[in-house]
Design a binder for this molecule. Structure first.
Ligand code: ADP
Ligand code: ASP
Ligand code: MG
Length: 406
């Protein structure tokens, strides 16, 4: 007997025919005494359509009501999938995130799972039912529905797998594994048999949407290996685990990622004295806005003024600009300038630490492609460059071919 959590993403359940196909595949691959928990996303582009509906009513919808609205997408797919099992003569039960015991904090639209209370799931499994949980949603301490941020069903699946101590956690999606770059952008991208939690986490943070970053953090925390594979084929896929177990061909760089969901804010002419950066970034932190690349440069050392440039998610741009203006309004800054046609390209690989020349190779690839770098940032296992958004495909391809030749 195995306890298996399987997550099916939006494109895997985009139509009722695909929902039937998911139910058929689950039953075909299930051993008689396996216990199965399915986590399902909203059908196709439903989440985008719901966001669009809200936008037709208000440019700034109330965040509680927004989560109430977005959570409905996943409820449609779990109910339909349960009906599909019934149609195939099998017993299943659909549960919302709150019914499944997914407890989160109160940050609407990007809530974090604090705990999964798996009693209900366990009792349904004990009755011999396939349990189908709505991904992407949970319950706040105040008793409200929250959502977990785009791609959040991945995190629901891994958190439930961790809480149940499941034997495996499979993420079924529209690609057959994790590649060295987004295979829709780089034709020559290579599929990996394995990748470590740390490298996958960095790739996900830097834009590889195949896994939500928080889900990989959860996998690392609970020691859950995550198997990424295709809904539509039988390919072996990629295992995300703590350490490599096999020797794949050695590349210092594991992946090249890109992220167009970024925006840049420049605060020009900030006084050069202690406490200024603290004031600006505390205001952003208090509003739960994640700041990514940060650069402070000297504008004029005689007049003691600096420029501070940072990047954030595009969705936070209007709010962050307002907060930056508010925080700096009595400081006599010259201007707060925003730009949202930027993108970030990054290289990721645990092996780059101690391998000089990776940055030079990356910058060389960009230079040869005629691409200007606006901001650079590094971590122990990644290097990122901010560039103009319309050059992102060229940039990813140029960098990928430099590191993955032959
Ligand atoms: P789902 O709806 O199943 O959650 P997503 O669209 O969230 O699917 O994630 C799958 C997509 O991730 C793929 O279609 C692919 O374009 C994209 N992707 C980006 N980077 C990578 C990568 N390095 N490897 C595989 N897929 C990637
Ligand atoms: N439906 C949500 C989204 O589109 C969550 C998910 O698919 O993981 O982001
Ligand atoms: Mg996804």
């Amino acid at each position: 007997m195995a306890l298996i959590v399987k997550k099916f993403g939006g494109s895997s359940v985009a139509t009722t025919a695909k929902i039937m196909a998911v139910a058929e595949r689950v039953l075909r691959e299930k051993a008689p005494d396996d216990k199965i928990v399915l986590v399902v996303s909203a059908m196709g582009d439903t989440t985008d359509e719901l966001l669009d509906l809200a936008g037709q009513i208000s440019p700034h919808p109330n965040s509680r009501e927004m989560d109430m609205l977005l959570a409905t997408g996943e409820q449609v797919s779990v109910a339909l999938l349960a009906m599909a099992f019934q149609q195939l003569g099998s017993v299943s039960v659909s549960l919302t995130g709150p019914q499944a015991g997914v407890m989160t904090n109160s940050v609407y639209s990007k809530a974090r799972i604090l705990d999964v209370k798996p009693d209900r799931i366990k009792s349904e499994l004990a009755k011999g039912r396939i349990v189908i949980v709505a991904g992407f949603q949970g319950l706040s301490p105040e008793g409200d529905i929250t959502t977990l941020g785009r791609g959040g069903s991945d995190t629901t699946a891994v958190a439930i797998a961790g809480a149940l101590r499941a034997d495996s956690c499979e993420i079924f999606t529209d690609v057959d594994g994790v590649y060295s770059a987004d295979p829709r952008v780089v034709k020559a991208a290579r599929r990996m048999k394995e990748i470590t939690h740390n490298e996958m986490l960095e790739m996900a943070r830097l834009g590889a949407v195949v896994m939500q970053p928080r889900s990989v953090e959860m996998g690392k925390h609970y020691g859950v290996p995550i198997h990424v594979r295709s809904t539509f084929t039988q390919e072996a896929g990629t295992i995300i685990r703590e350490e490599y177990t096999m020797q794949e061909r050695e590349f210092i760089i594991r992946g090249v990622t890109h992220d167009t969901n970024v925006a840049k804010i420049a605060i020009l002419g900030v006084p050069d004295r202690p406490g200024i950066a603290h004031k600006i970034f505390s205001a952003l932190a208090n509003a739960a806005i994640d700041v990514d690349m940060i650069v402070q440069s000297i504008r004029n050392s005689d007049q003691h003024i600096n420029d501070i440039v940072f990047t954030i998610a595009k969705a936070d741009l209007a709010k962050a600009k307002g907060l930056a203006e508010q925080a700096t309004k009595d400081m006599g800054v010259l201007r707060v300038v925003v730009e949202d046609n930027v993108a970030k390209v990054s290289v990721v690989g645990a092996g780059m630490y101690g391998s000089p020349g990776i940055a030079a190779t990356m910058f060389g690839a960009l230079a040869e492609a005629g691409i200007n770098i606006e901001v650079i940032s590094t971590s122990e296992i990644s290097i990122s460059c901010l560039i103009q958004a319309d050059q992102v495909k060229d940039a990813v391809n140029a960098i990928h071919s430099r590191f993955f030749q032959g």
